[in-house]
Design a protein around this ligand. Structure first.
Ligand code: 13P
Ligand code: SF4
Length: 351
């Protein structure tokens, strides 16, 4: 298929305007050609591309039909009438799209694209918890695999976790698997939380007869657990006017020391609305580049360059290959999918 040079040039100009400070012009030229081919194939194959806020800038600002946080993208996946969903995010997100769309082809542009949280818990772990605390509802973070969702009563994201927990008419809940998100949710909803403790003999579960309202798990996000209160104090010393935003996967000490905590999209909106001229994001650093490209009137401070190694696996080149070769197809066994659907639909219903 001959390439339409005019369209490629126009794409290149648009990309240069937004991304010149992050990507050299020569590289942008090549990327503009890839964008052209992705957009052509997307139409030809009747596909929709969903892009998480953590995607690299050259991808985030070009090919997705929708960008957003986990909750927004799950909703877009539920609504689409396209035959193919290309999920530019990590595996648990693509799996969630498949749970909602059993008859569509869902593609993840990288073979693995895991997540340290999703890998921190198994379906068997959840079954053991349910046996230990019979009748206690299980809320799982969306950052879990389909078999864990299938054992759960509800799913939530960082965008609606507090609301969902507050809406449950239960004295006690099990909240999995992110320790820090659980602690942040417990703090915000005024609930007492306890955790299983690792010992030489295996896991020691909290005594069901003691007083507490939430039972958590020991998963951590390998990116957000790296931010510390000392980081915040050091930046505030140098820049007292800085506005600091932290994702709720950071420790409760970090979110308390920050000015704002919310989902990735909530952080984007907060940067757009805040009056301060300087801001600092405590989250995956590609999202920082994506925000900086759209908020050139404000100064973004850089603390470090922590990228999520799993999100990083998805590139423009992989997205093109995904559409060309129909790879990598997400499969969820029907029995698991049907069980997981209930928890995912409940998640989508909570604003
Ligand atoms: P959001 O739902 O806030 O986009 O977060 C997803 C995630 O994996 C953050 O690390
Ligand atoms: Fe998982 Fe953390 Fe990466 Fe988000 S940033 S996908 S929680 S490892």
């Amino acid at each position: 298929m001959p390439i339409d040079e005019k369209t490629v040039q126009a794409t290149f100009e648009r990309m240069k305007e937004k991304l010149a400070e992050f990507i050299p012009a020569a590289e942008l030229k090549t990327k503009a050609e890839i964008v052209y081919e992705i957009n052509r194939l997307k139409k030809e194959r009747n596909a929709v591309i969903l892009g998480h806020n953590y995607m690299e800038p050259a991808l985030f600002h070009t090919v997705p039909d929708y960008v957003g946080d986990s909750l927004e993208l799950s909703r877009k996946a539920a609504e689409t009438d396209k035959e193919i969903i290309v999920f530019c995010g990590v595996r648990f997100m693509a799996e969630t799209a498949k749970i909602l769309n059993p008859n569509k082809t869902v593609l993840l542009p990288a073979k693995k694209a895991g997540c340290s949280l999703a890998e921190s818990i198994t379906a068997s772990d959840v079954r053991k918890l349910k046996k230990r605390y019979p009748g206690v509802p299980v809320v799982s973070y969306v950052n879990t695999y389909a078999d864990v969702k299938a054992e759960s009563d509800y799913c939530c994201t960082s965008g609606n976790a507090v609301k969902l927990v507050q809406s449950l008419n239960s004295d006690r809940i099990i909240f999995l698997p992110d320790e820090y998100l659980a602690r942040n949710v417990a703090k915000e909803s005024g609930k007492k939380i306890v955790f299983p403790v690792k010992s030489r003999l295996g896991l020691r579960y909290p005594d069901p007869n003691l007083e507490y309202e939430m039972i958590g798990w020991n998963g951590r996000c390998e990116v957000h657990e790296q931010f510390t209160v000392a980081d915040i104090e050091n930046v505030r010393k140098k820049f007292p006017d800085v506005y600091i935003l932290a994702h709720p996967e950071c420790s409760p000490e970090v979110t308390a020391a920050a000015d704002f905590s919310g989902s990735t999209s909530a952080m984007i909106r907060a940067v757009q609305q805040v009056k301060a001229n300087r801001y600092l994001l405590l989250t995956e650093c590609s999202m920082g580049d994506n925000i900086a490209a759209e908020n050139k009137d404000k100064e973004m401070l850089r603390l470090c360059s922590i990228r999520c190694p799993h999100m990083q696996e998805i590139t423009l080149e992989d997205t093109l290959a995904s559409l060309q070769k129909t790879q990598y197809i997400i499969k969820v066994p029907e029995k698991i999918r049907r069980k997981a659907l209930r928890a995912v639909e409940r998640m989508i219903a909570v604003a």
